[in-house]
Design a binder for this molecule. Structure first.
Ligand SMILES: Nc1ncnc2c1ncn2[C@@H]1O[C@H](COP(=O)(O)OP(=O)(O)OP(=O)(O)O)[C@@H](O)[C@H]1O
Length: 271
């Protein structure tokens, strides 16, 4: 059963279609990432799926009673408005001190309760946003560029946390990201958007798709190599190293177990 789906979704801004004929669906427990160049409609798609953006044509369907934990791309908190982290975590629904402390600890920012939101670092701010989204016990976490402001080990840890949340709660995760290397190692499915769905499928399929390569360049073959590599070994070995390091194995041409790549790429859902 789909948690959220869209059929033939078209969204216009000022008469211009910023999204055209997009079909989309996400199931419980899936991690799906939307990639695409700046201005390609990623945030617009997310907002339309949540119901914050009106569709010109097409239809968005959400499972009745669906609980969504949403982290927007931008959230401006006025520096003149006093707002502690603790208060922020109780918006819009009040949570207990214990639940707030546990959520902060889980996202790696334990003990920040009394700090002012406007004075947090970029990375701390993102982690607090995630903590707040988790407190909603979401069926689906929707995160628009959640790793902005995080350092490289922070980005790797963030994706590990998303996998943990999915494993423990069965929540689906839908995110927008520019961290192509990590996306390829951490998503079940990738959707490549450029006003329309250029291609979608498993990371391996999308990495090989000509549409994806045309948008992101052949260099992103490195993302595929890294994806293949990190799935050859225990993820814990990456602890603290981040995925952006020049990985000794990333450039190895050891594609022995991927001889079926080519046929899979043909199966990519090109539009
Ligand atoms: N409220 C709005 N009014 C007019 N145009 C808008 C509005 N919101 C978005 N757009 C336009 O729609 C297009 C898609 O924007 P969107 O924010 O969805 O892109 P994006 O893929 O998320 O980009 P980025 O990677 O830069 O965050 C852009 O050309 C943007 O200028």
């Amino acid at each position: 059963m789909h948690l959220i789906s869209a059929e033939n979704l078209t969204v216009r801004h000022g008469g211009v279609a910023v999204l055209a004929d997009v079909d989309f669906a996400i199931r419980r427990g899936e991690i799906v990432t939307v990639v695409g160049p700046n201005g390609s409609g990623k945030s617009t798609l997310i907002r339309a799926l949540i119901g914050l953006e009106r569709s010109a044509t097409g239809q968005v369907t959400r499972l009745p009673g669906l609980s969504i934990g949403y982290v927007p791309q931008k959230l401006h908190i006025d520096a003149t408005l006093p707002m502690t982290v603790r208060r922020f975590l109780s918006l819009p629904r009040r949570v207990t001190d214990a639940a707030a402390a546990a959520a902060l600890s889980r996202t790696g920012v334990a003990g920040l309760e009394t700090r002012q939101m406007a004075r947090l670092s970029g990375g701390q701010f993102q982690r607090v946003l995630l903590a707040r989204a988790l407190l909603a016990r979401p069926d689906i976490l929707i995160l628009d560029e959640p790793t902005q402001g995080l350092d490289q080990p922070g980005i790797a840890a963030f994706y590990r946390l998303l996998e943990e949340v999915r494993r423990e709660t069965g929540a689906a995760v839908l995110l927008v990201s520019h961290d192509l290397h990590v996306v390829m190692s951490a998503s079940d499915r990738v959707i490549c958007l450029n006003g329309h769905v250029c291609c979608q499928g498993t990371p391996r399929v999308v990495s090989a798709a000509p549409e994806y390569r045309a948008l992101f360049g052949l260099g992103t073959g490195g993302a595929l190599a890294l994806y293949q590599h990190v799935h050859d070994h225990d993820h814990d070995q990456d602890e603290g190293h981040g995925h952006d390091h020049a990985h000794p194995h990333a450039a190895h041409p050891h594609r022995h177990d991927h001889s079926h790549d080519h046929s899979q790429s043909k199966a990519a859902d090109h539009v």
